[in-house]
Design a binder for this molecule. Structure first.
Ligand code: FEO
Length: 183
């Protein structure tokens, strides 16, 4: 009896997204490492916390694939991106990463619609909402650096921003607290 409830196409898309979320965690880890090395411990702390969020996203895909009777394939994770040139560039990279991820999620939503896989469509709605929050968060970061002076921000302005981010909540509900029943 066939117990796998995912089509080959949907499975491949979900599995690829699982790897993308792991890649996102690596990207945030590398950006956080860059920030810490440059002395921005607050920014680094913020980015490291976000790396954990991405890993939680990865786990949500992994668990969903298992729940639907398929076996996820754990693939190699692509390498992280190049170090940013400055804080503004770092926050640009965060925004670009999130928009790219939103595009990837939307593609699977569309696929689930075409295949009338309503379970997957429903599962993905948590991520559609999450991506709105993640894009908003990254836009807020861009606003903050803009106010601090952008690429011309002084050391003093960057230090203030760094301190602020150390204690800034992600403003996002933790993925670990969300379940399929209570997204
Ligand atoms: Fe998993 Fe930042 O999206």
């Amino acid at each position: 009896m066939k117990t796998n409830r995912l089509s080959e196409t949907i499975f491949a898309a979900l599995n690829s997204q699982l790897t993308k979320e792991a890649h996102a965690a690596q990207i945030y880890l590398s950006l956080g490492t860059w920030a810490d090395d440059k002395g921005y411990e607050g920014i680094s702390n913020f980015l490291f916390r976000h790396a954990n969020e991405e890993r939680n996203h990865m786990m949500k895909f992994l668990e969903y694939i298992l729940d639907r009777g398929a076996k996820p394939v754990i693939e190699p994770i692509p390498g992280p991106i190049e170090d940013p040139q400055n804080v503004q560039n770092c926050f640009n990279k965060v925004f670009e990463q999130e928009v790219e991820n939103t595009t990837a999620i939307y593609k699977i939503v569309k696929l689930s619609l075409v295949e009338e896989d309503w379970a997957t469509w429903n599962f993905l709605q948590w991520f559609v909402k999450e991506q709105i929050e993640e894009e908003t968060l990254s836009l807020k970061l861009l606003d903050k650096i803009k106010i601090a002076g952008g690429e011309k921000a002084t050391d003093e302005a960057l230090q203030t921003l760094d301190k602020e981010l150390e204690h800034t909540s992600d403003d996002l509900p933790s993925a670990t607290n969300a379940t399929q029943a209570n997204p």
